[in-house]
Design a protein around this ligand. Structure first.
Ligand code: ADP
Length: 415
């Protein structure tokens, strides 16, 4: 082999060896880059910006459950950059999804504290997704309200079907009784009268159920300036006949001219339900007072009776749907057990509350408290004019009264 051939061989060997070394270096660099991407604690570009634009509580955490990035909505859950995930359950979920090859995303429901104690723990649905071997994305959604509404809907359907069963069964039985008594006209008339009473009761129950479900949903609620005087007057008016036939006197007491924001019909029904109960549970010859008071931005409407009263154990429960302290009596008075539940929901929708004071044998006072609002412009103008007129009348009266003293008649008699 001559020197030229040797040189060529060396060159070829050099090219092969150089190529192999380059390939090894490139592969090593790539592998390092990949490993770096896997182990870096840097949140990928743009993730923070995406998180800031999100309404949900979202965080990115590293392998030690430290929050690296968080959306604004995550703050109430004590999820902030640089802090450890605040709950064992959250940490366990992040660990689980990081350790598993498959699936890369896991969802769980858990109770987490939201806000400073003594805030109640909230029911939260958490989805954890692995975005790299060391980074995990957690999306938290507060489902407390949705769960409460769903539970309420389930209870409502169950209670309602149960409550409707009895009058529907009575209607069926009475219809059969009419059929079998076809040859006995007085009996047919008696059954028909009872059938008609059951049908009326069924109608009233259905309309109450619908009112309650309307109050629990978000629609059918209008908000405007409501004159409390109008609400009280309309509620008293609507029960004047019931009061008269029960021999109960209805009395309006307290201040006038207060306003609240809300739905006049809903509030009138709420006050009306309290009046209806006060009449139903009062003895003949009794009296029911409806008083209005405003202080410190709160309007109080109190309905007081001197009737049978409510035992302490029942006072906690009477606002529940279909609860009756004395089912037999409630049935006699046509009670559905929905009246106070309607009051509670109506008042809550107005940002207020309803409370009860009662002593068995002495009577009860139900008080609705609502946030007071400014009277609307037209009411302020009318009140201003009235006050002016009143002031002028008073002034004129003072002048007239003062006149004799200022200019006594020559004979000294008052004018
Ligand atoms: P109902 O239609 O049966 O009256 P409510 O929800 O209005 O249903 O009231 C629930 C229960 O609370 C009643 O069955 C009754 O036992 C009790 N209650 C309500 N208001 C009064 C009252 N003013 N005096 C005594 N008991 C009352």
């Amino acid at each position: 082999m001559d020197t030229t051939q040797l040189a060529l061989l060396a060159l070829c060997a050099g090219i092969v060896i150089g190529g192999a070394i380059s390939a090894i270096i490139v592969a090593a660099l790539r592998a390092r880059h990949r490993a770096q991407a896997d182990t870096t604690l840097q949140v990928p570009d743009g993730v923070r910006e995406v998180l800031h634009g999100m309404d949900d509580a979202v965080v990115v955490v590293d392998a030690s459950a430290i929050v690296l990035a968080a959306s604004a909505a995550a703050a109430p859950f004590e999820l902030a950059e640089g802090r450890l995930l605040p709950s064992d359950e959250l940490r366990a979920l992040a660990r689980r999804v990081r350790g598993a090859d498959d699936p890369v995303s896991v969802a769980e429901t858990m109770r987490l504290r939201r806000g400073v104690p003594p805030a109640e723990p909230r029911l939260v649905s958490v989805r954890a997704t692995r975005i790299s071997p060391r980074l995990t994305l957690l999306v938290l959604r507060d489902i407390t309200e949705a769960e409460r509404v769903e539970q309420m809907r389930r209870d409502f359907v169950a209670n309602t079907s149960h409550e409707l069963k009895t009058p529907v069964a009575s209607v069926t039985l009475l219809a059969e009784a009419i059929e079998s008594a076809a040859d006995d006209p007085p009996q047919v008339r008696a059954f028909a009268a009872r059938l008609s009473a059951e049908a009326t009761r069924l109608g009233a129950l259905t309309s109450r159920i619908m009112n309650l479900s309307r109050l629990q949903s978000s629609d059918g609620f209008t908000v405007g300036d409501v004159a409390v005087d109008e609400v009280v007057a309309a509620a008293i008016d609507a029960h004047a006949v019931q009061a008269a036939s029960a021999g109960v006197e209805l009395m309006r007491r307290g201040g006038r001219g207060t306003y609240v924001k809300g739905d006049v019909q809903v509030l009138t029904e709420a006050v009306g339900n309290l009046i209806a109960n006060a009449i139903s549970y009062s003895p003949q010859g009794g009296s029911v007072g409806v008083g209005v008071k405003a202080a410190d931005g709160v309007v109080e409407i109190a309905v007081t009776d001197r009737g049978i009263g409510i035992a302490e154990g029942d006072q906690q429960r009477i606002f529940e749907r279909f609860y009756r302290a004395d089912p037999a009596r409630a049935r006699r008075t046509g009670g559905s057990g929905l009246g106070l539940s309607i009051v509670k929901h109506a008042v809550q929708r107005h940002g207020g509350e309803v409370t009860v004071w009662s002593r068995p044998g002495r009577g009860s006072t139900f008080t609705i408290r609502l946030p007071q609002s400014e009277p609307p412009a037209h009411a302020r103008d009318a009140a201003g004019k009235k006050a002016k007129k009143h002031k002028k009348a008073k002034k004129d009266k003072t002048v007239t009264d003062a006149a004799p003293a200022a200019s006594p008649r020559p004979n000294g008699e008052p004018a």
